[in-house]
Design a protein around this ligand. Sequence first.
Ligand SMILES: Nc1ncnc2c1ncn2[C@@H]1O[C@H](COP(=O)(O)OP(=O)(O)O)[C@@H](O)[C@H]1O
Ligand SMILES: [Mg+2]
Length: 365
Amino acid sequence: MEKNKTSKSRVSSEVRLLQAAVQDTEDSVLITDANLHPPGPRIVFVNPGFSKMTGYTSEEVIGKSPRLMQGPKTDRKVLDRLKLCLENGEPFFGEAINYRKDGTEYYLEWHISPVRDTGGKITHFVSVQRDITERKRAEELHVQFQKQKARTAAIVETQEEERRRIAKELHDALGQMLVAVKFNVDILEDKLEIMDVLTIKRAVNIKNLLNQIMLEVRRISYNLMPSILEDFGLPPALNQLCEQLSQNESLKIRFVCNGLEKRLPRVVEIGMYRIAQEALNNIIKHSYAHEATIQLIKDRKTVTLSIEDDGNGFIPDEANTGKQHRGMGLMNMRERAESINASFYLDSRPGQGTEVIVQLKDNEK
Ligand SMILES: Nc1ncnc2c1ncn2[C@@H]1O[C@H](COP(=O)(O)OP(=O)(O)O)[C@@H](O)[C@H]1O
Ligand SMILES: [Mg+2]
């Protein structure tokens, strides 16, 4: 207590003015003397903001070194730079981890400036600290989110690579062998008149089965990776998708494409194609729509893909919650969009139809 009084009595009128000014600020303010020789500066004043941030009362810290708040995770390099600034009489600005009285850590933004007397001699240092733990946490979360996004994109890319490989194998290897078998069966067909009825029936069966298998292999190969997407790009591939699905269902599907003259990057083409595929499958499976429209529009800054239906709609928040978990489709679409750096919007209401929008800023890809 005696010591506190002596340090306080040494406080100049300028510093007293400063103390009054910072009494009520939210930030933590701490004033030390300017003694740079070991054991270094001593605290002569702290404001209530300091006590709130650190848990120390002013009685507990006056006369002590600010090192009290430092600990194992306080970056030494920051402290060395701080020391250098103070020695040169320059202001210091930095970030560091400090410790509260109860030992918990907090991240702070830290500003120290020297106070000089009328003769220009440094008499005190004023240290203003702001708790930025929340901001740091948000930044860390953001970094984690970006990493997760990159991982998802890599997984999706690998999957597509694998699909492409299997599609090619099916088409080239298995497909060619089936052609050879078919060729032989056709020869057999020419000899049908010399066989008995049962054998003829079997041979016809084999031929029909073979035709089905060939169609099926082509269908599987195409679904794995449509060759038209690779060879001619997104608009023709989407157009063909619409035609194929319109044939099978009692649903009219329109395709509108505008402004897209050049090919998009391959990952973007595949990503957008898969999203359209899932959205159309959802329309067929769930919507009871009469009409659906796919639009692919490019303007100066964006490429927008939208898939819209006039069906029964749904409540998006309920679609993939634990209670009513029905599928992965919506989540996969969102992840696909994220993996190509596009925004994803889903707009649906019961009775009002559904719209899925994927928007890619042109400069992002
Ligand atoms: N276009 C749509 N019209 C109506 N309901 C839809 C539509 N798209 C999705 N849904 C609803 O959202 C749910 C989740 O869709 P999704 O994640 O693709 O899973 P899945 O298709 O396997 O059920 C569907 O079960 C359906 O109830
Ligand atoms: Mg689905």
